[in-house]
Ligand binder design. Structure first.
Ligand code: C2E
Ligand code: MG
Ligand code: MG
Length: 264
């Protein structure tokens, strides 16, 4: 349940000690390989269980964390925590997946992101190929030269990069060409009207065609039904993420899903 958008920020901004109180939790949503229908990755999504407000949507609390600068320690905690979890699962014999993390603009530009990622990978003896960092178009356009430089350092480190909510922002295609990006995520707002609406289909086809030409992987977000899945499969979209397969779930539930599938 999403609380009142207007009263929320002022009431909460001074009271975000959630990190110390361990009110944050990671949820995991599988990404499915369209060709094989296997789970090949998962997006990690932050949840906040507030003692007073219950579970608060990241669409509400992420902007507050950004404004207050708290997104930097929270984001760094998230990267370390995620890597610890991935290491634990590998040690338990769960399959190797690629995990996607959302990186906020402030964390990207001011948060010692490269150092944090490097340290989290080293500390948990993880190969960088296991991590994919999702950034948004507006983050890229904030400061293009700095974005390019940080992206190059991240790619040097071995992690891959994805543009989240692709098509909803204002990124310039000429910069896109220069960025060391591996993946585009087609925003749910494009997926929701396929295959019934020809214009929606045309946009999805265009993004897929462009990605093929630029040699980029494509993940479709927010896939909720078989008709959408079938359309995307016919158009050779690489990966699908959405309620049709699974909702984001806490670590233990996600691990159980992997174990169940592993046995099948
Ligand atoms: P996003 O990164 O684009 O994540 C996808 C959102 O779509 C998630 O919402 C996910 O639960 C939702 N979703 C996935 N499949 C479906 C579907 O089939 N139907 C519908 N209706 N929704 C679906 P969520 O978890 O509420 O996150 C919202 C946004 O908050 C994220 O959008 C991301 O921008 C931000 N966010 C979440 N976790 C983090 C984080 O750790 N760090 C940062 N910086 N931002 C985060
Ligand atoms: Mg995302
Ligand atoms: Mg998205």
């Amino acid at each position: 349940d999403h609380r009142d958008l207007h009263s929320f920020p002022t009431r909460r901004s001074s009271d975000l000690r959630a990190l110390e109180r361990q009110e944050f939790e990671l949820h995991f949503q599988p990404q499915i390989d369209v060709a094989t229908e296997a789970i090949i990755g998962a997006e990690i999504l932050l949840r906040w269980h507030s003692p007073t407000d219950g579970t608060v949507s990241p669409l509400l609390f992420i902007p507050i964390l950004e404004e207050s600068g708290l997104i930097i320690p929270v984001g760094s905690w998230l990267i370390h925590h995620a890597c610890r979890q991935i290491r634990a699962w590998l040690d338990q014999g769960l399959p190797r997946l690629e995990f996607s993390l959302n990186i906020s603009a402030l964390q990207f530009h001011r948060g010692y992101l490269v150092e944090t990622v490097r340290e989290a990978l080293q500390r948990n003896r993880l190969e960088p190929e296991l991590l994919c960092l999702e950034v948004t178009e507006s983050l890229i356009m904030d400061d293009i030269e700095q974005t390019l430089s940080i992206m190059e350092q991240l790619v040097e480190l071995g992690v891959s990069l994805s543009i989240d909510d692709f098509g909803t922002g204002y990124s310039s295609l000429s910069y896109l060409r220069r960025m060391p990006i591996h993946e585009l995520k087609i925003d749910r707002s494009f997926i929701v009207n396929i295959p019934a609406e020809p214009n929606a289909n045309a946009l999805v086809d265009t993004i897929l065609g462009m990605a093929t030409c630029l040699n980029l992987r494509v993940v479709a977000e927010g896939v909720e039904n078989q008709a959408q899945r079938d359309y995307l499969a016919a158009k050779r979209c690489d990966r699908i993420q959405g309620y049709y397969y699974a909702k984001p779930a806490p670590a233990e539930q996600f691990a159980n899903l992997l174990r169940k599938i592993g046995r099948a």
